[in-house]
Design a protein around this ligand. Structure first.
Ligand code: FPP
Length: 261
């Protein structure tokens, strides 16, 4: 996406000591950044608050991450908001999260309009409570014509479930004679993933210091650079995004090959 350098410089004024906009190469910003937003519960507990307060604070970080990504000209920002395993959390927390997703999305629609952001979901949103599903569908409809950054929310998402679903869909097409077994290739698998049509993430950020994938985008992250920060998600700021991109730009990506001399 196009970068408005004036807006970007304004957005990034008042830099802390260790990082500024000059530390990143604006011509080499990753097209797709994905984030595992982790640490909301610990952030709240460290302040003597209920875990759910951490999720509320996490919404502010997410809003900032969307704006930051638009300013930096990303094509895609995706975030892991709720996994297929998160249903195991206490019912009260699950209910609160489902409600928070719906109310947040409704509240942020003006921002998506203003910034020309197109919404997308990774995961089985059909299985969500009706209120949440309805708001998500409204968000999809309302932003379908937007041509700016894609903002993808992974909700009720699990990579194993996604790959299993793709296998099932392809098997159905083979059984129906629409696809021949010898025509099943990587492109066909990709076209049956929730991420169909999007570039793979070039950079994956995980907050709160945990170093695992937690069943996230197992196919799409095959060659992605990881950046783990100890910062808890509610404290993650536009500066942390720059730190992550600076780190990414210092890597040598080889995709299984060798670096040419
Ligand atoms: C991980 O922290 C966070 C979540 C499971 C929920 C993420 C949700 C938000 C940031 C709210 C965003 C709103 C929308 C619209 C997507 P955790 O609870 O696993 O924290 P812990 O590891 O410290 O327990």
């Amino acid at each position: 996406m196009q970068i408005d350098e004036k807006k970007l410089a304004e957005y990034y004024s008042g830099a802390p000591d260790d990082i500024s906009l000059d530390d990143v190469d604006l011509t080499r910003i990753p097209r797709h950044v994905s984030i595992i937003m982790d640490g909301n519960g610990r952030w709240a507990q460290a302040r003597g608050l209920d875990r759910t307060k951490g999720h509320v604070a996490g919404v502010d970080s997410l809003r900032e991450a969307v704006t930051t990504s638009v300013r930096l000209g990303l094509d895609v920002l995706s975030v892991y908001a709720f996994s297929t395993e998160n249903w195991k959390r206490p019912q009260r927390e699950v209910d609160m999260l489902m409600h928070l997703f719906a109310t947040t999305l409704l509240k942020e629609l003006p921002l998506f309009h203003q910034e020309n952001v197109r919404l997308r979901f990774f995961g089985d949103i059909e299985a969500l409570p009706a209120q949440t599903r309805n708001v998500f569908e409204e968000g999809l409809d309302e932003t379908a014509d937007h041509t700016g950054m894609t903002f993808a929310l992974a909700v009720n998402y699990g990579a194993r479930a996604e790959l299993t679903r793709a296998a099932r869909l392809i098997a159905q097409d083979v059984a129906a004679g629409i696809v021949q077994p010898q025509d099943v290739d990587q492109a066909l698998v990709e076209s049956h993933l929730y991420t169909a049509g999007l570039p793979d993430p070039e950079l994956l950020i995980r907050t709160s210091g945990e170093q695992r994938l937690s069943n996230y985008l197992l196919w799409q992250l095959a060659y992605t650079e990881f950046y783990v920060t100890p910062v808890m998600w509610p404290d993650f700021s536009r500066w942390d995004m720059l730190r992550a991109i600076r780190s990414f730009q210092g890597r040598h990506r080889r995709f299984g090959g060798v670096v040419s001399a």
